[in-house]
Unconditional design. Structure first.
Length: 196
C-alpha cells in the first residue's frame, strides 16, 4: 500500500539533550525578505528550516547552515488587546509570514533535536544515510492556505541531514515514495543572540 503523501516540512519529534523540544523554542525577528519574492520564496512557513543573517531569520536553502525549524510565526503590528504573539492580529487565519511582512518566528534549534520529515521520492534511506531537503532559491516551499511548509527530502548533493531513525509504522514503507524518517541537521549554528 502506498504511503500517504502529506509533506509538512520538518516537525520536531525528539530531543537528544534530555529537555523537551518545546522547552527549547527561541524567538527571532524575521529578516527583510522583500527582495526574495520570486515564487514566494521569502515566505516563512511552519516546518521550514531557517538560517540567521545579520540577526534576522530567513528560509534556509539546501546547503545552508540551519539554526532550526519554525514552529510559529507572528506579525509585529500593534494590537488593541494585548502584546503581539504568534498570530496576525489583522488576519487570524494567516498561519505563515509573507515575505513583505515584518514579524517574529518561533524556532526549535537544529542542534540537539530530531525532526520527522517525508521523502519526495523513493530514497530507501537507511540509518546513517544522508539526504538533502528541497528548499532552494526562487522556489515555493509552503502553502499560504495552511501555513505549512512542504519541504521534503531528496537525494543528497549537500548532505543536509543524516537519518537517525526510520519511523516504524504500518503506513510507512521505506521502499516507497513519501516515506518518513527522523533526521538531524548536519550543518547547524546555535546563535546565543536570540531576541527576547
Amino acid at each position: 500500500m502506498a504511503n500517504p503523501d502529506r509533506p509538512n516540512g520538518f516537525s520536531p519529534a525528539k530531543s537528544m539533550i534530555g529537555a523537551a523540544w518545546n522547552s527549547l523554542v527561541r524567538e527571532y525577528t524575521a529578516g527583510d525578505r522583500t527582495g526574495d519574492t520570486v515564487n514566494d520564496h521569502g515566505d516563512i512557513y511552519i516546518g521550514d528550516p531557517v538560517k540567521l543573517i545579520a540577526g534576522g531569520a530567513f528560509p534556509a536553502d539546501s546547503g545552508d547552515v540551519v539554526i532550526g525549524v519554525v514552529v510559529g510565526v507572528g506579525t509585529t503590528g500593534t494590537t488593541t488587546f494585548g502584546p503581539t504573539g504568534y498570530f496576525n492580529p489583522d488576519n487570524l487565519m494567516q498561519q505563515y509570514l509573507p515575505a513583505g511582512t515584518a514579524g517574529i518566528v518561533a524556532v526549535v534549534p537544529a542542534e540537539g533535536v530530531l525532526f520527522e520529515v517525508q521523502t519526495a521520492g523513493i530514497l530507501a534511506l537507511v540509518t546513517g544515510g544522508v539526504a538533502d531537503h528541497d528548499v532552494t532559491a526562487a522556489i515555493d516551499h509552503g502553502s499560504q492556505v495552511t501555513g505549512q511548509s512542504n519541504a521534503q527530502l531528496v537525494a543528497s548533493a549537500n548532505s543536509d541531514v543524516t537519518v537517525v531513525e526510520q519511523l516504524d509504522s504500518v503506513n510507512n514503507d521505506t521502499a516507497l515514495a513519501n516515506s518518513r524518517y527522523l533526521v538531524k541537521f548536519n550543518r547547524t549554528a546555535n546563535p546565543i543572540n536570540a531576541n527576547a
